[in-house]
Design a protein around this ligand. Structure first.
Ligand SMILES: *Cc1c(COP(=O)(O)O)cnc(C)c1O
Length: 455
């Protein structure tokens, strides 16, 4: 398995050739899922005592398995939050895989950790956090939110303990009623209470709503979470108002910007993030809107020491690392072994420069504005909310979920677009999430037009 021979060299070339073909698609076919039965039948039995050989396994992947996965980087993949990694970032992901770098400690991964930290420092400075801010790239926003909240609770608990005060019977954090599902999940994992504050009529969490729930929450509130770009609508909470409440009450402010915080890069939308510079921690997912491959969430703390105190794992086999005083990325989140998943973004940023990123984000927001205008001018379509970033949500007159579902299935079956229905307050809708600079207005208009052929 580990020896180099004629067969292994041949396989190496075949794999590189496949990777090259996938990169050269323009665009890659959208493709789509198959049933387990179909996959059983067509992929057959691949795991056996003797192995089927790399060439055969690669053929099964390229002919059967890969076409049974949706290409999330297709310009007309508009569901959930798509991904649109730059070619530079995809290429560098190959290098990361080929390099066997341990990204958990400075001792083992110094060069890689240095480069990742350059990116985290840049993000911290865009957000406006002071020098000294830092963190780690974790697998995704779900783990980023959990890790930040664990650090926040630890810090609150330390404060009480060192003041000689008793700990609350139940820890709690406050977030918006439209916050991401991962926060509810974090609350369950941490066994804490989640308090959902109502949003205003345009979907924003306001300082007044936070203050109101805080007044009746009792003790034990250790964090307030503001969302910088809701997943369903791309709405940015009034972070400055929320920050004022957090500061007044000395409560940790976490900003969940998994999707939307990338919007701060565009000078036109930067003002709507005002107050984010007061955050104690924030997350933003490069695999969502910073044009990097799966899977990467940048988790940054104002004071990384507080996170280190909460997260460092201690064991006899680790002491040489934990006692070193080095910057070990593992210490800043709920993780130990990690790949240096920030490197694809580092390479692409180093290659293209920040201005290209600002322009990519700006262009997506501009396209969202353009298609919103088209929707506004169609009498049978209606915007559910005014888009703030690059998510556009709309309904078609008299359509039920069945209509949206059947339209969506046909678009995918024709290989044209991936637009699954969403819903708001129980009412189904269609939703474009635009994070791909290669998405075109003409394609979006064609997707809207295809709704007219539905019945
Ligand atoms: C996507 C998202 C998350 C979760 O991120 P994952 O990378 O999918 O784990 C959290 N919060 C918001 C606002 C999101 O959009």
């Amino acid at each position: 398995m580990h020896e180099v021979n004629e067969d292994s060299i041949k396989l190496r070339e075949e794999v590189f050739a496949y990777a090259r073909r996938r990169l050269e698609y323009d665009p890659a076919p959208l493709d789509g899922p198959q049933s387990p039965e179909w996959l059983h039948q067509n992929a057959g039995k691949t795991i056996s005592e003797s192995g089927i050989g790399g060439s055969q396994a690669l053929e099964i992947f390229s002919e059967i398995l890969a076409p049974s996965t949706i290409s999330t980087d297709h310009p007309n993949y508009l569901s959930f939050i798509p991904s649109a990694p730059t070619e530079a970032s995809k290429l560098f992901d190959l290098i990361v895989s080929a390099s066997a770098i341990y990204g958990g400690s400075w001792m083992e991964g110094a060069g890689a950790v240095f480069a990742e930290n350059e990116v985290l420092s840049w993000l911290a400075s865009e957000v406006g956090l002071p020098k000294g801010a830092g963190g780690v790239f974790v697998q995704g926003g779900t783990l980023g939110n959990l890790s930040a909240l664990v650090a926040a609770r630890h810090s609150a608990s330390q404060k009480l303990t060192s003041a000689g005060k008793p700990l609350p019977s139940k820890w709690k954090f406050i977030c918006s009623a439209e916050a991401h599902s991962s926060l509810k999940s974090a609350a369950a994992v941490m066994d804490v209470e989640i308090i959902k504050a109502p949003v205003d009529e345009t979907g924003h969490l306001r300082g007044s709503a936070v203050a109101e729930v805080l007044a009746t929450a009792g003790d034990g509130v250790f964090a307030i979470v503001a969302t910088a770009g809701t997943t369903n609508f791309g709405i940015v909470d009034k972070i400055d108002e929320i920050a004022a409440v957090a500061i007044e009450n000395q409560i940790w402010l976490h900003v969940d910007g998994a999707y939307g915080l990338a919007g701060i890069l565009s000078p036109e939308t930067k003002p709507i993030f005002a107050g984010v510079e007061k955050a104690d921690s924030f997350i933003v997912d490069p695999h969502k809107w910073l044009f990097a491959p799966f899977d990467a969430c940048a988790l940054v703390y104002r004071n990384p020491e507080l996170a280190r105190a909460a997260h460092t794992q201690h064991g006899e086999y680790l002491e040489t690392l934990t006692e070193s005083g080095d910057w070990n990325p593992s210490d800043y989140a709920y993780n130990l072994t990690r790949r240096p998943r920030g490197l694809p973004l580092w390479f692409s940023l180093a290659t293209h420069g920040v201005a290209a990123y600002r322009e990519g984000v700006r262009q997506n927001i501009d396209l969202a504005k353009q298609i919103a205008e088209v929707i506004r001018n169609k009498p049978d379509l209606e915007l559910v909310r005014e888009p703030e970033l690059s998510v556009v949500v709309f309904t078609k007159k008299d359509w039920t979920l069945k209509d949206y579902d059947s339209w969506s299935a046909k678009l995918l079956a024709r290989g044209e677009a991936f637009v699954v229905p969403s819903s708001h307050q129980g009412k189904p809708n269609a939703r474009f999430a635009i994070v791909n600079p290669r998405t075109e207005i003409s394609a979006l208009v064609a997707i809207l037009d295809s709704m007219d052929e539905e019945r």
